[in-house]
Design a protein around this ligand. Structure first.
Ligand code: SAM
Length: 298
């Protein structure tokens, strides 16, 4: 496969490199913001859960802290991921698993007395291809994110999280509806139609009266079974579904020619931030060593 073939197949991958984003996911957050306008001047404290390689953190810094990430130093952004992430100016990083209490606690420590205005979570497990399992793990990740959110988000704040829109999402919708006045399921233009991914946009945090966030009961143990997913009547939430991003913009499922503008030469761009510790690192080193050994023999 040539260097340009992925550029041709995936327009947002190519645009991400041209515009300096670490991942095409940047466009998903930008498209969601076009619709919901949550990245506004009133936002000063943000948590970016499952943030690596960091394109959402880039969007957050560029829109809230300014183009270099230093213009508005009052804005605090805390980014968390299992994986190491290359540094970004103005972003505090925590490496850890968001389903672990220790990670949750170190995030909460950054917002003691100063709650966050916005929590975003683009977390995705390594997909197994078994849809039920993938959907279940994704839901657990979202519940871990929601648990952290209940500890750090200010009343009236916004929570945005990725879901896999499978057959068993009713319970999840109901849980989110308990904590937020407005909950919408949104599909940005840059998220492929062929993917079951969508984003829950939860606005106006308003926990039930008397609710006390607790690490001892981090929402993780709820049975996510057939029974609770067949909620009926008033217990069943049907949420609005919104397609967002400019609908006349690029279609993420289409293949586009490399030459988009008349007369302009196509230029290949390397990824903005190559993975810093990829699982294939050892294989690359072996390959390079073998090449060197062969060259020194000849
Ligand atoms: N929003 C990111 C960006 O724009 O660059 C992309 C996020 S990527 C789609 C999903 C991330 O979720 C991966 O980096 C993965 O390491 C992270 N992740 C998955 N499970 C996690 C967990 N339990 N705790 C923390 N991060 C997790």
């Amino acid at each position: 496969m040539g260097k340009s073939s992925k550029d041709k197949r995936d327009i947002y991958y190519r645009l991400a490199k041209e515009e300096g984003w670490r991942a095409r996911s940047a466009f998903k957050l930008l498209h969601l913001d076009e619709e919901f306008k949550f990245l506004n001047k009133s936002v000063e404290r943000v948590v970016d859960l499952c943030a690596a390689p960091g394109s959402w953190s880039q969007v957050l810094t560029r829109t809230l802290r300014g183009p270099t990430g230093q213009e508005n130093p009052n804005v605090k952004i805390v980014a968390v991921d299992l994986q190491a992430m290359a540094p970004l100016p103005g972003v505090i990083q925590i490496q850890g698993d968001i389903t672990k209490v220790s990670t949750a606690e170190s995030i909460v420590d950054h917002f003691k007395g100063e709650p966050a205005d916005l929590v975003v979570c683009d977390g995705a497990p390594d997909v197994t291809g078994l849809h039920d399992i993938d959907e279940y793990i994704q839901a657990q990740l979202l519940l871990a994110a929601l648990n952290i959110t209940t500890h750090v988000l200010k009343k009236g704040g916004t929570f945005i999280a990725k879901i896999f829109r499978g057959k068993d999402v009713s319970l999840l919708f109901s849980q989110l509806k308990m904590f937020f006045k407005e909950v919408t399921c949104a599909k940005p233009r840059s998220s492929r139609n062929s993917s079951i991914e969508a984003f829950m946009v939860c606005q106006e945090y308003n926990p039930p009266e008397g609710f006390k966030p607790s690490m001892a009961n981090p929402l993780l143990n709820h049975d996510y079974d057939d029974y609770s997913n067949q909620l009926v009547g008033a217990n069943r939430c049907i949420l609005p579904f919104l397609a967002c991003g400019d609908l006349s913009g690029f279609d993420s499922d289409r293949t586009y020619p490399l030459q988009l503008e008349d007369g302009k030469e196509y230029v290949y761009h390397s990824p903005t931030q190559p993975p810093i510790d990829p699982p294939y690192k050892e294989a690359c080193k072996l390959k390079a060593d073998n090449k060197l050994a062969k060259e020194s023999k000849s």
